[in-house]
Ligand binder design. Structure first.
Ligand SMILES: O=C(O)c1ccccc1NCC(=O)[C@H](O)[C@H](O)COP(=O)(O)O
Length: 244
């Protein structure tokens, strides 16, 4: 990689359901495989050299409760940057999320259901706010990916106008499947916005990460990696070396 080209950031994922680190398939509730204590998982990624942690409260996303105290403990225990996601939809949940000291939060459902509030918090918090664009095809999904929420490109144009700093783009059909990322979707989103894009869902191999790294000049800034790390398809050290 050219010394002038920024490297692809890697964000190992810790998704929390009912107090456990889990992986889902297609983000579907009930498809969980459990991987134990979330704090242990997060500390392991930090020890392995991660610069970012992608931390998700799945219960808050699904509306089946929350893991707020545990999520806050994990976020506060990290020396690395934390991106927090799941169920952040109003002033209270946003304040609680930011109070953990996380570097940024991802809003998903709120961007579809309460766009005025999202425009307001983008104006207030700048690049501490990212929006998760979780899609099947080009249709956005909210409420833990269970409900349709409009057209990807219309929403992207609106959020760009409102000053959204960054997007986390997930192809739900790929998420948790180890089938490889949707590079075409990522290219299309990058062509539609000048904001950085974090790719999420489907990474299965070091070659997938190298393929994502080729999209850095188009606007892909980072990649979230979940299942592949838990399934030991490669180590985080190998992943970081592959994109450095
Ligand atoms: O991020 C959310 O809010 C969310 C809501 C409902 C279901 C899943 C959700 N996130 C999942 C993730 O962010 C995954 O950790 C990520 O896409 C990694 O996917 P993979 O590498 O395919 O395991």
């Amino acid at each position: 990689m050219s010394p002038l080209m920024p490297k692809l950031e890697l964000l190992p994922a810790v998704d929390v359901r009912d107090g456990q680190a889990v992986r889902l398939v297609h983000g579907e509730s009930g498809s969980e495989t459990s991987y134990g204590d979330p704090l242990e998982a997060a500390l392991a990624w930090q020890r392995s050299g991660a610069e970012w942690l992608h931390l998700v409260d799945l219960d808050a996303a699904f509306g089946t409760g929350d893991n707020r105290a545990q999520i806050a403990e994990v976020a506060r225990s990290m020396d690395i940057k934390v991106e927090l996601s799941g169920g952040i939809r109003d002033d209270d949940t946003l304040a609680a999320a930011l109070a953990t000291g996380c570097r940024r939060v991802n809003l998903g459902t709120a961007a579809l259901e309460t766009p005025e509030w999202v425009a307001k918090v983008i104006a207030e918090h700048g690049d501490q706010i990212a929006v998760g664009l979780d899609v099947r095809g080009t249709t956005l999904r909210g409420r833990g990916w269970t409900r349709d929420g409009g057209d990807l490109y219309e929403t992207l144009a609106r959020l760009d106008t409102e000053g959204c700093a960054r997007y986390v783009v997930t192809d739900i059909n790929k998420d948790g499947t180890l089938q490889g990322p949707n590079l075409e979707l990522l290219r299309n989103v990058c062509a539609a916005t000048d904001r950085p894009v974090v790719a999420s869902g489907g990474v299965s191999s070091l070659d997938d990460l190298r393929a994502l790294a080729t999209l850095v000049p188009e606007g892909v800034e980072g990649a979230i990696v979940g299942k592949a790390l838990y399934a030991k398809a490669f180590t985080l050290e190998e992943a970081l070396a592959a994109v450095s």
